[in-house]
Design a protein around this ligand. Structure first.
Ligand SMILES: C[S@@+](CC[C@H](N)C(=O)[O-])C[C@H]1O[C@@H](n2cnc3c(N)ncnc32)[C@H](O)[C@@H]1O
Length: 302
C-alpha cells in the first residue's frame, strides 16, 4: 500500500480506511493477529482483512458489515489525527489546479501541520516530483515524517524542522511552486522567491484573515511577483428532497367558448386548491462557510 499508487490486496502493515458510512469511518493499521472493534462487532485482521481486495464488504462478528477502502489523500484528510487546523479537499483542489501541480513538479510547503495538504501534493507530483515541507514544531515534523514512512511516500518528501521565515526551505531555485500556510506568510515571501526556479513558478498563501492577505500582497509586490489574485472557495452542496408547496388559487377560469374549431372538445381545467409535492434540489441550512483566502501569484520572468 502506498498513498501515491494503487494495490489491489490488503496486506500486513497497510493503513486502511474502515468505512461504516459517509459520517462514520476511521483509519486502521493492518497487523497480523490484530483486531479492530466496530459498532457491528470485531474485525479480525488475519482472517477478515489480509489478502482481501480493497473495496470489499466485510462482515463483522455481530453480523453487520463495513467496507475496507484503499487510503487516498482525500480519505486521509477526512480521517487523519488533527495536530493543527488542516486544509480540506475543497481548498486543496483549487490549490492543486492554480499552482499547476502535476507528476514531476517540485513543491515547497510550510507549515506541514497535520500533513493533510502534504499527502495530496505528494500524490499529485509522484512518481518523479518532490515535496520539501518545512515545520518549526519539532514533534509535528517528526510525526509527519513517521506518517510519510508508514504511507510509503517518504522517498517523495523531505521534512525540515526549522523556521521558514528565518531559514527558508533549505533549497534554492528548484521549486515549480511554493505553498504557505503560516501565520505571517509575508515574512517568508523572500525565501519563497529564492526556492522557486530562476524564472517563473507559482506561489499560493492561505490565510484566514484579510489583514494577513493585505500584508502578503504587499510583500509579493515588493518581491516582484505578478498576476496576484485572492479568492475564497465556498462549497455549497444540494440535497434532493421532496417538498410541498401551496398551489396558487387563480380563481375560476373563464369558460372556453364552444365553437366549431379544432379544440371544440377541450376540457375546461378545474382549479385544485391545496398543495403539490415534488422533488427539488435544496441546499442545507448549515453549510461550511469561510475557511480562508487563497492568494496566488506568479514569479515574473527576469
Ligand atoms: C495550520 S497548520 C498547517 C496545516 C497544513 N496545511 C495541513 O493541511 O495539515 C500551520 C503549521 O505551520 C507551522 N508554522 C507556523 N509558523 C511557522 C514557521 N515560521 N516556520 C515553519 N512552520 C511554521 C505551525 O507549527 C503549524 O504546524
Amino acid at each position: 500500500m502506498s498513498f501515491a499508487e494503487y494495490r489491489e490486496l490488503i496486506q500486513d502493515g497497510d493503513t486502511a480506511i474502515v468505512f461504516l458510512g459517509h459520517e462514520s469511518m476511521f483509519p486502521v493499521t493492518i497487523q497480523q493477529g490484530g483486531q479492530t472493534q466496530t459498532k457491528y462487532g470485531v474485525l479480525r485482521h488475519s482472517t477478515d482483512l489480509i489478502g482481501k481486495k480493497y473495496g470489499s464488504k466485510v462482515t463483522c462478528s455481530k453480523g453487520g458489515w463495513v467496507y475496507i477502502l484503499y487510503p487516498t489523500p482525500e480519505l486521509w484528510t477526512m480521517n487523519l489525527p488533527h495536530r493543527t487546523q488542516i486544509l480540506y479537499s475543497t481548498d486543496i483542489s483549487m490549490i492543486t489546479m492554480m499552482l499547476e501541480l502535476k507528476p514531476g513538479s517540485v513543491v515547497c510547503e510550510s507549515g506541514t501541520g497535520s500533513g493533510s495538504l502534504s499527502h495530496a501534493i505528494i500524490r499529485t507530483v509522484a512518481p518523479t516530483g518532490h515535496l520539501y515541507t518545512v515545520e518549526f514544531h519539532q514533534q509535528r515534523a517528526e510525526k509527519a515524517m513517521e506518517e510519510f514512512r508508514q504511507h510509503k511516500v517518504d522517498h517523495l518528501v523531505t521534512v525540515k524542522n526549522q523556521d521558514v521565515c528565518k531559514n527558508g526551505f533549505g533549497v534554492s531555485h528548484v521549486a515549480d511552486a511554493v505553498f504557505l500556510d503560516i501565520p505571517s506568510p509575508w515574512e517568508a515571501i523572500g525565501h519563497a522567491k529564492d526556492a522557486l526556479k530562476i524564472e517563473g513558478g507559482r506561489i499560493c498563501s492561505f490565510s484566514p484573515c484579510i489583514e494577513q492577505v493585505q500584508r502578503t500582497c504587499l510583500a509579493l509586490e515588493e518581491h516582484g511577483f505578478t498576476e496576484t489574485s485572492t479568492l475564497e472557495v465556498l462549497l455549497r452542496v444540494y440535497d434532493v428532497r421532496t417538498i410541498s408547496l401551496q398551489l396558487p388559487d387563480f380563481g375560476k377560469p373563464a369558460e372556453v367558448e364552444k365553437g366549431d374549431g379544432p379544440d371544440k372538445s377541450r376540457p375546461v381545467p378545474t382549479p385544485q386548491p391545496g398543495t403539490a409535492q415534488f422533488k427539488s434540489g435544496v441546499s442545507p441550512r448549515d453549510m461550511v462557510g469561510h475557511t480562508g483566502y487563497l492568494t496566488f501569484a506568479t514569479k515574473s520572468l527576469s
